[in-house]
Design a protein around this ligand. Structure first.
Ligand code: CDP
Length: 788
């Protein structure tokens, strides 16, 4: 065991080391895409469609070209000459880069304008004259499935994209037939938008002499992008060694910076054609209106139980609105992501899930917005249904959950839908949350208030996540296996550089990855430089999303460190003139068994690796690991929310919110807490505020932050956080991912609290966002609104 002072110095796992990246972020010294200014750089502006569905009759570029400073207008026809007017989506569908005949959603890219500066580009955009013939649009996916609906895609037989199902339908139906009690509910989880502080953008720089493309871009997955660019542009002679993708500091990604948007491709084409660097940066409205959305699941859920409340079966069918093309960011094998984690924390014997993907005249997407591929949708469904069933049976929702949880001794637990949960103790997390909030007293208070006509609700969400994609035998994106990587080089003076295939967007990888290596090698974290995001230097990896960095690249850091330690042991044996078997490792040094003073530090060993290594051994001290996890990790938690509802306005006030999270071993408790605070705010937002709204013609009604409501510090409640620690048995140091848990778990706790306050009025479900007008109308319909 390392002594305490050494452990403080090294700052390994378990230390709340301050975030090293914050010095530059807080002082405005971050290096974001828009900070990049290259000599001779041109600016790309994008002309967008005012219609959700229209035929392009003509594009007059002349007026734009007449604007001084406008150099070119790029249309679908321009790109078609090089066969890059279309591109594949991550789900192997087709997405237009620029259209040649029809537009399929409002704000779709129609043409690119290249100019000498950003303002001139905007003037050029305004001057492009396009004549459209509007066509009927379909925005509701249920209507899109009706015979006679407007057809979104000319190249497809109808608007139905795919049907996907999982589980045993027959046994599940039988369990429903035999059930003592069943409940059913329609739940809509609305379309929302990733509101990163930084919008998307890139700088493309084609060097016509070296025939080399450098692409600085806001991407969460630089390596995958480079490979895809190389594959789709091979016919133009752009090959992978001539492409360098650099992802500099990223101002929030949350899944929204996984897909390739047309703007990136147009910028690359423009740079190749002009031989000049080209910058493209979205405006806020472009970001909201045209980039990938999240959620938009129309769910019909049923659960069955015995009369005593023992859950027996779950059945879900869902309509997934994908917009005009299936550009969801999911592992290839799972068109509905990991939605089949929907049995949650409960010991269901039978379950069946089916999802139908549908085209509509809306932007494409279906990204995993701070969640591991549709886990938020799954958690919201099961946690709402658990409450509905508990209330139907007249059981306390906490008691109902305790009765149905998968028990600690059942792990590793095989769920009815085939997942193998690695570890968990769901009852312990819920009990802790109940103790922190004073659950039993709150129930008494609620009963008293109800007698006085006051509306107070208590909502629980005992969620299970599934993160760390993934075992590569099941998980790939466009065929690229979902492992991740770490390469460590220890320099002669015992300092190190570590490079990763992931890419932080604010999650503090520079801080926490160094702590993993510090823990394993005893090199102080301050002496370890962490780099990500440059395909020329970092080892190949699939990037950061779906809370996969710790389960994959974090594990790779530990394994690469252990490889280095193995070599260090050999060097130490040589230096100490001892047998390797006689050496004992203590954090940061090897000593000879029985004589702790006869030791060599990792720094001395590193120096020897370059100056005095054993004859026949390769010089240097470095290792790389490509980590293919044996399983996913299953973080979990229990959240409890207390709300008071104003019967006069319908306003919901969150009085208290307790979040107990279990992400296994915590690398940096402070960073984990920060992730949870941020995640809770991002779970709170869609519960009460956020939703993308279209009219029946596909016009977007809220493409800016005046109308698309995000919470500020004023609206955001105070979070009370707690923890339990159940290590993952298969992760090298017992960690599970955590970045998304709170976003995934929070909405159900809030919705459950609101419905709990109103169940006695006959209210069984309220779809998020639970806005004051929505609540007030329900209160009025149930005779409970105060109207004076
Ligand atoms: O993939 P992403 O970085 O978004 O998610 P993550 O793996 O859950 O990690 C988010 C941040 O929390 C990283 O800085 C991790 O190192 C840190 N973390 C931690 O300190 N302990 C854990 N058990 C999990 C994550």
């Amino acid at each position: 065991m390392a002594d305490k002072s050494n452990s403080e110095r090294v700052q390994g796992i378990g230390h709340s080391r301050k975030r090293v990246e914050d010095a530059r972020f807080l002082q405005g010294r971050g290096n974001y895409i828009d900070d990049l200014k290259l000599p001779g750089m041109l600016y790309l502006g994008i002309v967008r469609s005012p219609y959700a569905h229209a035929r392009i009759k003509s594009i007059q570029t002349g007026p734009a070209m007449a604007v001084p400073g406008v150099l070119a207008v790029i249309t679908g026809e321009t790109l078609k000459q090089f066969n890059v007017h279309n591109m594949p989506t991550l789900m192997s569908d087709t997405q237009m880069v620029l259209p040649v005949d029809t537009v399929k959603y409002q704000y779709q890219e129609v043409a690119g304008v290249l100019a000498t500066d950003r303002y001139t580009a905007a003037d050029g955009v305004a001057a492009v004259d396009i004549e459209y013939e509007p066509l009927p649009a379909v925005v509701d996916p249920k209507m899109a499935l009706e015979p006679g609906s407007p057809k979104v895609r000319d190249d497809k037989p109808d608007n139905h994209i795919w049907h996907w199902e999982w589980g045993d339908e027959e046994k599940t139906n039988q369990a429903f037939d035999e059930a003592g009690v069943t409940v059913a509910e329609d739940i809509y989880i609305p379309r929302i938008h990733v509101a990163s502080i930084e919008t998307c953008g890139c700088v493309a720089k084609w060097d016509p002499i070296d025939k080399h493309l450098t692409l600085w871009m806001t991407t969460q997955a630089p390596h995958a992008i480079r490979t895809v660019v190389a594959l789709v542009t091979a016919h133009l002679g752009l090959s992978e060694e001539r492409i360098r993708v650099i992802s500099p500091d990223i101002g929030g990604g949350f899944g929204g910076k996984v897909p390739v948007y047309p703007g990136y491709v147009i910028a690359v084409a423009a740079s190749i054609v002009t031989g000049k660097p080209v910058k493209w940066i979205e405006t806020r409205t472009e970001n909201i209106a045209a980039d990938s959305f999240a959620r938009d699941y129309h769910i019909h859920a049923e659960v069955a139980a015995d009369k005593d409340g023992t859950l027996t079966a779950m059945r879900i069918n869902t309509i997934a609105d994908h917009g005009y093309t299936d550009a969801a960011a999911n592992p290839s094998k799972f068109p509905a992501g990991l939605f089949h984690i929907a049995t949650g924390a409960y010991n269901f014997k039978n379950a069946f899930v089916e999802v139908d993907g549908v085209y509509t005249n809306k932007p494409p997407g279906g990204i995993a917005y701070r969640c591991s591929f549709r886990v938020t949708e799954a958690v919201h469904t099961i946690e709402r249904m658990a409450d509905i069933l508990a209330h139907t049976l007249g059981m306390d929702p906490a008691e109902f959950r305790m009765k149905n949880f998968v028990q600690p001794e059942q792990f590793p637990y095989k769920s009815a839908l085939g997942w193998e949960y690695d570890s968990g103790n769901y009852a312990a997390a819920l009990r802790k949350a109940m103790d922190m909030i004073g659950y039993e007293d709150l129930r008494k208070e609620q009963a008293e208030k109800r007698l006085r006509g006051e509306l107070m609700g208590i909502g629980i969400s005992s969620f299970v996540e599934i993160v760390g994609a993934g075992p590569s035998k099941h998980f790939d994106i466009l065929g690229l296996k979902m492992f991740d990587s770490c390469e460590i080089r220890v320099h002669p003076t015992g300092k190190a550089i570590a490079r990763f295939g992931t890419k932080s967007q604010g999650q503090a990888h520079e801080t926490t990855y160094a702590q993993i290596i510090a823990e394993e090698l005893g090199i102080p974290a301050d002496h370890i430089k962490v780099e990500e995001g440059d395909t020329d230097t970092a080892p190949y990896g699939l990037g950061t999303y779906a809370s996969r960095s710790t389960p994959t690249a974090g594990a790779a850091a530990a394994i690469a460190s252990r490889k280095i330690r193995d070599k260090a042991r050999k060097i130490a044996a040589h230096l100490l003139e001892a047998s390797e078997d006689d050496l004992v490792w203590e954090q940061g040094k090897f000593y000879v068994k029985g004589s702790p003073d006869h030791a060599k530090t990792i720094q001395e060993i590193a120096f020897a690796a370059y100056t005095n290594h054993p004859q026949g051994m390769e010089a240097g001290l470095e290792a790389v690991d490509y980590y293919d996890p044996p399983n996913l990790t299953y973080p979990f938690g229990s959240y409890i929310c207390v709300v008071d509802i104003d019967r006069g306005t319908g306003a919901v006030k969150i009085r208290r919110f307790v979040a107990v999270d279990d992400c296994g071993v915590r690398i940096n408790p402070m960073v984990v807490e920060g992730q949870i605070h941020g995640g809770l705010a991002m779970g709170f937002a869609p519960s009460l505020l956020e939703e993308i709204v279209y009219d029946e013609n596909g016009n977007l009604l809220n493409p800016n932050f005046m109308d698309y409501l995000l919470p500020t510090a004023v609206e955001t409640p105070r979070w009370e956080v707690g923890e339990t620690v159940t290590p993952s048995p298969h992760h090298p140091f017992g960690a599970k991912g955590v970045g998304e848990s709170a976003t995934v778990g929070a909405p159900a706790a809030i919705a459950n609290a609101v419905v709990d306050a109103m169940w006695h009025l006959g209210v069984h479900n309220i779809d998020i966002p639970i806005t004051p007008p929505k609540v007030w109308k329900i209160l009025k319909d149930h005779g409970a609104a105060l109207e004076e």
